[in-house]
Write a protein of this length. Sequence first.
Length: 322
Amino acid sequence: MLAAFYKPTKDRYKILIEEKAFPSDHYAVESQIKLAGHDPSDALVTVGPREGEHTIRTEDIIDAIHRHGDSLAVVMLSGVQYYTGQYFEIQRITEVTHRVASVHRVLERWWDLAHAVGNVSLELHDWHVDFACWCSYKYLNSGPGGIAGVFVHERFAQDFDRARMTGWWSHNVMSRFDMTNKLELNEGAAGYEISNPCILAAASLLGSLQVFEQAGGIRVLRVKSERLTAYLECLLQLHFDNGGSSPPVRIITPCDPAQRGCQLSLLLGRAVFDKVFAHLTANGVVCDERKPDCIRVAPVPLYNSFTDVWKFVEILRQALDL
């Protein structure tokens, strides 16, 4: 997608990303900048949390967009930040980039939705996002190596002259087997596909999506998600907020439900981190460690219950009492 939408010029060549974006995002951006003949030390613009904070303020993102607006080619951010669980204000930030682009000509808006799809409600078309990418092996449950997804706004549906990487599946499905070697691009996102997916991976993803539909869809699940996560937050505050400057468990995910998905990222003392995580694992808790001191806990509404949340907090209490 960057190959298609990152079209740097002499004056407009920079890409704005998070300071601590997932490494694969950094690698992809840096490689495209180098392929275009630019230096990442100059062309890669990052925005991060303020001193002593863990999440990025929307106003700081907007300020960075305005400061670099005349040289920005792409703004690329996460929908939900993988480490902190912060749900960025996609609509507001995208609106700002549109206003900047109206002054500085072309500016593409790209969102990495790896931790957002299947987790939070998304209205990419109505928010006028240019393009987005995501994996399906997290909240969509397809398993490691599962199919990637892509969104391309309909205003680009017939942008057939846009240079891009193409392949067998970029070709119009109705004439693909005419074998003419004359590319007839599919419209929309399908025109950015390259090769056929693994049918077994597709089957597992289809099964998951059918369960989402049977459960009432993401809007229904989001209501339960907010309640589950709030319940987890409440229990953690009840048991671990000692009123001091160094509580045994510290939540770094935003407390506003509108600024988070179902994930809470918890900071533990480094001295007890390995012991606590080992105890959680030994007692059947499936969560994620981000060393040296962070555990990511996600009460997923599709298959987690309020009882699961209560049990987790009890096991965490036991772990910290060891």
